[in-house]
Write a protein that binds this ligand. Sequence first.
Ligand code: ATR
Length: 287
Amino acid sequence: MTISGAARLAGIMGWPVAHSRSPALHGFWLAANGIDGAYVPLPVRPQHLEQALRALPVLGFRGCNLTIPHKHAALSIVDRVEPLARRIGAVNTIVVGSDGSLEGRNTDAFGFYQSLRAAASDWSAKAGPATILGAGGAARAVVAALADAGVGEIRIVNRTLTRAQAVATDIATPQTSITIHKWDEAGAALRDAGLLVNTTSLGMAGEPALTLDLSVLPRSAPVVDIVYVPLETDLLANARRRGHPVVDGLGMLLHQGRPGFEAWFGTPVEATSELRASILATLAPPR
Ligand code: ATR
């Protein structure tokens, strides 16, 4: 698609960044909406992050996404941090203001919640305790989304308990009780749960498998895996066989991009089945 000299600009900063699907994602929406704009990969070394972010307004960029390893470091560089991003401890979206200032936002919680609602429409925040595997950056966004949606009890299961404790302390709200559980007690933490979410890297291509006995998890509880390579992890295959609603990790990737796109390019967008098919094609192993 051709762009004019007045094209709106955005991109993704990461190191490395070549693996990112965000250019394909935003490129799909730009083309589908006939927008005069471009979204480009921006390979930025960690030591150059501040320089690169400050260059955004100078270069006329509307903003950018951030990926590994920049999400935490950006908190102390931008001019304003949205409260949710501060609570999660990570910025994944930067919006350049009309005065050239930088605002840091986090859209991962939104992305997780929207993908859950879209793929498991019968689930509600009142369905019972939510069990979260993992306590990294992704877990923090998931726990914030669920606490803000009104889930009354969240159980965090993690190999390193101190990290789980830090998530509980940082993300807690008065309405939600957050408990922490040892990794070898994961099975027991599924009892009477209304939702299970894997946020660990287990089950990802090249990582060890996630083996978990789901027998005490009620069959009405959706099982979510935020891993999307492979799309159908062993956890999801096992959950599907048992009759649970399953939610794969691609939805979160698609939905988290929506708020940034709207802020930069001025048009609201959806995570349609056509978009999903288009991004799925980029995940297929080369033949
Ligand atoms: P992200 O930002 O994507 O969430 P991360 O911060 O590296 O990534 O977190 C990875 C999560 O996977 C952590 O919860 C990690 O557990 P620890 O906090 O104990 O490191 C979990 N994880 C990774 N490998 C694991 C393994 N072999 N067994 C159990 N948990 C594992």
